[in-house]
Ligand binder design. Sequence first.
Ligand code: NAD
Length: 423
Amino acid sequence: MTRVTVKNELNVYESAEARFEAAAQKLGLENGLYRYLKYPDKEITVYIPVGMDDGRLEVFVGYRVQHSLVRGPGKGGIRYAPDVSLDEIRALAAWMTWKCAVVNIPFGGAKGGIICDPAKLSQGELERITRRYTAELMDWLGPERDVPAPDLGTNEQVMAWVMDTYSMHMRRTTTAVVTGKPLDLGGSRGRREATGRGCMIVCDRALARLGLKREGCRVIVQGFGNVGSMAALLMHQAGYRIVGVADVHGGLYNEKGFEIPALIDWVHIKRKPLPEFPGGGEKMSPQEILFQPCDILLPAAVENQLTSQNAHRVQARILCEGANGPTTAPADEILEEKGVFVIPDILANAGGVTVSYFEWVQDRQGFFWRESEVNERLQDVMEHAFDEVVRYSETHKVNNRIAAYMLGIDRVAYALKLRGIYA
Ligand code: NAD
């Protein structure tokens, strides 16, 4: 059992730090390297003045944290949400460093966010916020410096505005400054599905290890946005049975399984509330869905869903973390005692950043790949990373999460040693 300690269980930065410390200790990371990798390289706060539709001038607070640029340019999403905080962005930036290293792509880790509620903003307001935020960060962004992507509350359109604003300042179209763009603006085939597809690939791998089969395997997905709906769709098409679904409005459970294409049509095309889906099922809160009977639990919404207060109620055999930070550090111990096979976020949801890397490569080559090529390369990267994490876990006798951290930290520390410290 790998024990970690935190003062405030729900502070994601503390959770991330606790796992980092446990993994660093297990690796025997020397003190100087430990201190260097523990803190971010840079934390930028910007105050974004925006003219609102009703004529008022509003000021929004935004952040960009670059945790590490040792293995390459910063990489990490931009989050728009009312509860964004610097601590959250710090944690997410560090996770990006370890995630990129776990899948062995040549990026460091970064993350950005703006405190705002996108559901309450007009398209014009969202565009002005995005453009001014990008303009404020001109000195730190760039294909060789720091490359954002979508995250909670942002999408392809927001990425298109980031790309355009950066390009206007540079006086040339620079598609590789951001990933997760629309296909017609240098986006990659397969990017929209990539995080969900990556989740399915590692679930397939976990099933094979546990001697289980896809057919009839019961899956619960919490969150029905980019990650959750794509994971549900691809897994449904592959023969898994999606028995539970939820978004912020509520959850539905049906032992017989849901017709996912019809549910996507209901939620994303018809824009109806998920819990009212005519396909049936027992209604419940978005959190209660996590504790229903299933083989695979796939949280793909927000942080801190499984805690020391409720992790004992999980019935799944496999936990595949589509979201970042859905499990707190103390909950890890409970899941380990219960024998749940955890596929930690920095491995499970790394399909997104992997295809973002492919998008960046394609933009820089000016040559675009077929979707089958993207998916094949993604499969290769995810399977290899899964196997390496499991190998670390067996060799060092630690759980999968600490193993993934160890693998990530080891790679970053090795690169840092090779580069040396510039003085
Ligand atoms: P999204 O904005 O597209 O979707 C979020 C979904 O979560 C929505 O369906 C929303 O209704 C639901 N939700 C919000 N609060 C909830 C709650 N309290 N309970 C239940 N459902 C809730 O976001 P996304 O891009 O799908 O990201 C989801 C998670 O996956 C985030 O943690 C994000 O950091 C992580 N992630 C995303 C990507 C990506 O490529 N988009 C990659 C890696 C990790």
